[in-house]
Design a protein around this ligand. Structure first.
Ligand code: 16G
Ligand code: MG
Length: 574
């Protein structure tokens, strides 16, 4: 078949053989598992990227990373032409290709090409980036092997943060209009916008203090180090967990800080000083500080969205154009943040399913679409019409309007519009705090978070739980949602939901309430879910647990000591 040397593909594929019986799924953020199981997936994603590039006649990105997962894991995701996540229909192709047995590789490739109407005669160009995991370099070479055997051209950027790779793809497919597709181009664009934006900042607030950054022992340390030169005196950073000693994401990083609600190890915190944490591939950021009494205060993605939305709303009001703004959250957004945005800021708020691609998609509906997950993934998207209008006002309008429009113009450049980006978000936040003369405590005081808790439980089949209403309501097992509703209605401002994870074999439970019940509420919901899980006919083929064994799982999954389950209500695991 023209454009596909099937013999060569078969030969190379044998070198990247799939382990027997291994089935993986292209999940919320690509493939993720132990690095030693991923060689065949990398080779095959190289092949798939070539097909996607031919089909879209655009540059496609391949990022080798497992984000906040432990160092021994790795993963891969494809980046679509405008820097977005891979289209859902291609996620299915990715899963099919990754799981094909060796002898079926040719037919699966041909099948994808046919289904997706790929013109195999087209050229293909792929850009590759990778994080700092020890396994990433070799796995990136397997991607390259897949690309070249299908006749694709490529550029290997080597070490990049995930959002930097998204940026490169976006630049290349818009003929450089979005920026120069080099690291220098990225640093120049962001630093110029930051310096310009902060020119009018006063010295109030705590802008003169340096910002402490926990880099999760990951790529963020390297890239922030490179960027510091461009920022000159504009921002003083102190980097911690830079990868010289600790392990990636181990007891540090945004995921650790958010889920444990405590400071990372390896960071010296002084009271009332601004600190932030990146995750392992620098697409997430959370802020925090400890007060004079040593109490830890987390400022998560919700409060980041609140700060940014307040600032943008004010500027939009000043330019006086009818540009609409919307904030997109997930079910995990703290109820207080939603109330603050809707009732105090008077901004419309929307809820989508978990996963950046869902929020990103929704945010594209607005002139100014602010999206953040509570865990710190997020950015702001500006429509083409809004950008054009703002640029025009920045040139033509009278003084006050022009000033606001110029700020917005710089903000557009400072946000990474291809993907949430810890570096870019950090610069935006630092600029806003400086311009508004706000201390980290004043920012924190925008609203008080409702106490909340999360639990996760390993299960044999997480799909037994299905949801609707942006994952806020359980549809199956029957009766579960009703039981949860009956429970939470007893408490003020309380809310709880149960959903299957999109990335792990676990069911997650979230609960919040304005009272002391919060430590018990999630486990009570969990108990309800457990009862309905076992009552559900779809799991009768699993053996019921022995008495005293983990209630969610088949007995073989239970380990008495230490327990494999993170949370378990049964006696054996407590
Ligand atoms: C992935 C997602 C993130 C989501 C998290 C938890 C991206 C880039 N990342 O890290 O958005 O919050 O998974 O998902 O989309 P889960 O609760 O379904 O496991
Ligand atoms: Mg990440």
């Amino acid at each position: 078949m023209g454009g596909m040397d099937l013999e060569a593909i078969t030969k190379h594929s044998a070198v990247h053989a799939k382990p027997n019986g291994l089935i993986l799924q292209y999940g919320t953020a690509g493939f993720r598992t132990k690095a030693e199981h991923l060689d065949h997936v990398m080779f095959r994603m190289g092949l798939l990227a070539v097909l996607r590039s031919k089909q879209t006649q655009s540059t496609i990105g391949v990022m080798v990373t497992a984000s906040h997962n432990p160092e021994e894991d790795n993963g891969v995701k494809l980046v679509d032409p405008l820097g977005e996540m891979l289209a859902p229909s291609w996620e299915e192709h990715a899963t099919c290709l990754a799981n094909a047995e060796e002898q079926d590789m040719q037919s699966v490739l041909l099948d994808i090409s046919k289904k997706a109407s790929v013109d195999l005669q087209q050229d293909a160009f792929i850009v590759i980036g990778r994080d700092t995991r020890p396994s990433s370099e070799k796995l990136a070479l397997s991607v390259i092997d897949g690309i070249t055997v299908l006749g694709g051209q490529f550029h290997d950027y080597g070490l990049l943060t995930t959002p930097q790779l998204h940026y490169m793809v976006y630049c290349r497919n818009t003929s450089g209009q979005y920026g120069k597709a080099t690291l220098d181009g990225y640093y120049q664009k962001l630093s110029a916008a930051f310096v310009e934006l902060t020119k009018q900042a006063s010295c109030s607030g705590d802008g003169s203090q340096s910002l402490r950054v926990d880099c999760a022992n990951g790529i963020g340390a390297l890239k922030l180090g490179e960027m510091e030169r461009y920022l000159s005196q504009g921002l003083s950073l102190q980097l911690f967990n830079v990868g010289t000693e600790g392990r990636l994401n181990h007891l540090c990083g945004a995921d650790f800080v958010k889920s444990h609600q405590k400071p990372p190890q390896g960071m010296e915190m002084k009271s009332n000083e601004r600190c932030c944490s990146f995750d392992g591939d620098a697409d997430r950021i959370v802020y925090y500080y400890s007060d004079a009494d040593g109490r830890f205060h987390l400022i998560d993605g919700d409060k980041i969205a609140a700060l940014i939305s307040s600032f943008l709303t004010e500027l939009l009001l000043q330019i006086g154009e009818n540009l609409n703004i919307g904030v997109v959250q997930t079910a995990y957004a703290n109820g207080s943040s939603t109330r603050f945005l809707e009732e105090v800021m008077k901004v419309p708020v929307y809820c989508t399913k978990t996963g950046v691609k869902h929020l990103h998609h929704k945010a594209q509906e607005f002139d100014v679409g602010v999206y953040f997950e509570a865990n710190g993934h997020g950015t702001v998207l500006f429509s083409k019409a809004a950008e054009t209008k703002i640029k025009q006002l920045a040139k033509e309008s009278e003084d006050e309007k022009r000033k606001a429009a110029k700020m917005l113009e710089n903000i557009i450049d400072l946000f990474n519009q291809a993907a949430g980006d810890a570096i870019s978000d950090m610069l935006v936040i630092e600029a806003i705090l400086a311009l508004k003369g706000l201390t980290v405590q004043q920012w924190d005081a925008l609203y008080a978070d409702l106490p909340n808790r999360q639990l996760k439980v390993q299960v044999a089949d997480r799909q037994v739980i299905s949801t609707t209403d942006a994952e806020r309501q359980a549809v199956t097992p029957p009766g579960l949602q009703e039981a949860i509703n009956n429970l939470v209605k007893k408490y003020k401002l309380s809310r709880a939901f149960v959903r299957p994870s999109g990335t792990e074999d676990v069911v997650r439970v979230y609960a919040e309430a304005d009272s002391q019940v919060i430590p018990m509420l999630p486990s009570q919901c969990l108990q309800l879910a457990i009862s309905s899980y076992w009552a559900s006919s779809s799991v009768t083929m699993l053996s019921k647990p022995r008495s005293g064994c983990c209630p969610w799982t088949a007995p073989r999954m239970c380990r008495r000591s230490p327990c494999r389950l993170q949370v378990c209500l049964s006696r054996c695991c407590l």
